[in-house]
Design a binder for this molecule. Structure first.
Ligand code: 57M
Length: 358
């Protein structure tokens, strides 16, 4: 809203011309979401405690986690509120892609909230069944995929890093790709959220990387120079990604070790989905797999562990996801967390460097 209000005053006040620039509004989106999440954090923690919204710790996890019993959870409500308010203030609300990303974020947020709510009401760490979760996530993702597929200026092509000439048109199969990326990233972030700040840190780094990517992909001259797909209007997603960065920074202040609150599925499920849909719109699905490599590794560790256990009754890791393996090896929790963040920063730099290597 503020974007319209302030920019419409431009002829009278020339300084307001600055609000037309995506870069300026992206920085404002970061700061707005950061200020909201940072200053509302203590209130949310107090409220979650009052409402008894507390984490149940499974007995079969690392023993160090048992002391976390009772930590307030569903802090994802604060993250989502910070993002939505900041986007509504600073994004161009006539932009189609902004509404697609907001639909996915809110739709997956509802799934995560329902999961956390069921854990709360049933007083255990089981939430929605896997079938229920995948069904509702799939429904929202299919809706988003179809919206993009039928949008006049959006092409259903698949971009491959390094090979600029390869841009296969997937036709209606594009919707399946979109669903796979969105649902896959959502569950990968969900699995990763198992240590204090372990998920929100890489989400922050990945959102920051996609803030840059969205700006580049949405800029016709830069996209042409870098020979990456130009997606008209996708630059506005830099404001959404900026809001994610700010909200993540503010939440991390309270989620860092030892955490004062967890985000819950209310946070991890929509945050992963939002990164997935931004990657689909900007046609950077492969770069998402690189920047979000930690999420991929964590998910693969679970797949291989479960497969190995089912096939040969043998575990590959001491415990999956991978962060528990290192905990059981004796690494202190903060050591696992910060090292995983360092890996993510390294992967983000690799991903950005591929833009020049087309
Ligand atoms: C998502 N949730 C955390 C918190 C957070 C198939 C199997 C791999 C599934 C997996 C699973 O249950 N994943 C669910 C991970 C949980 O965090 C809550 O969930 C939200 C995110 N969805 O926001 O509300 C626990 O993680 C810890 N935590 C922190 N700090 C944070 O900031 O310390 C979370 C956020 C919290 C807290 O302890 O309770 C989770 O781990 O469940 N299951 C597992 O990951 C389990 N692994 C496992 O079963 N491995 C098996 C096989 C089946 C793969 C094996 O290796 O043999 C581990 N997780 C737990 N206990 N809690 C081990 C058992």
């Amino acid at each position: 809203m503020l974007y319209f209000l302030l920019y419409s005053l431009y002829p009278k006040f020339s300084v307001f011309n600055v609000f037309r620039y995506i870069t300026f509004r992206a920085v404002l989106a970061i700061l707005t979401a950061l200020i909201i999440s940072f200053f509302l954090g203590p209130f949310v923690i107090r409220k979650l405690k009052q409402l008894q919204v507390k984490q149940f710790i499974r007995q079969d996890g690392p023993s160090t986690h048992l002391q976390k019993e009772g930590t307030p959870t569903m802090g994802g409500t604060l993250i989502l509120a910070s993002i939505i308010i900041s986007v509504l203030l600073w994004a161009d609300l006539t932009n189609f892609y902004i509404w697609v990303v907001l639909l996915v974020t809110l739709g997956f947020g509802a799934v995560g909230f329902a999961d956390d709510y069921r854990k709360l009401t049933r007083q255990n760490s089981k939430g929605l069944t896997v079938k229920e979760k995948i069904f509702y996530q799939g429904a929202v993702a299919v809706a988003a995929g179809l919206m993009l597929y039928f949008y006049p200026t959006f092409k259903s092509t698949f971009s491959v890093p390094f090979f600029k000439g390869i841009m296969p048109n997937l036709g209606v199969f594009y919707v399946f790709l979109a669903v796979f990326v969105i649902v896959g990233t959502s569950n990968a972030v969900n699995l990763t959220d198992g240590l204090d700040g372990l998920a929100i840190g890489p989400v922050l780094i990945t959102a920051g990387t996609f803030m840059i990517l969205a700006y580049l992909v949405g800029h016709v001259k830069i996209a042409s120079y870098l020979q990456i797909p130009y997606v008209s209007g996708s630059g506005e997603l830099a404001i959404f990604c900026g809001a994610m960065v700010g909200a993540a920074m503010g939440f991390l202040w309270y989620n860092t070790y030892p955490a004062q609150m967890f985000m819950g599925d209310t946070g991890s499920v929509p945050l992963g989905a939002a990164l997935g849909v931004v990657a689909v719109i900007t046609k950077q699905e492969i770069l998402l797999a690189i920047v979000g490599g930690l999420f991929v590794i964590e998910t693969l560790s679970v797949i291989f562990q479960v497969a190995s256990y089912k096939l040969w009754r043998k575990r590959i890791f001491r415990m999956a996801p991978l962060h528990h393996h290192f905990e059981l090896k004796g690494w202190a929790e903060p050591k696992v967390i910060v090292r995983f963040w360092i890996i993510t920063i390294f992967l983000a730099l690799i991903a950005l460097s591929t833009l020049k290597l087309r």
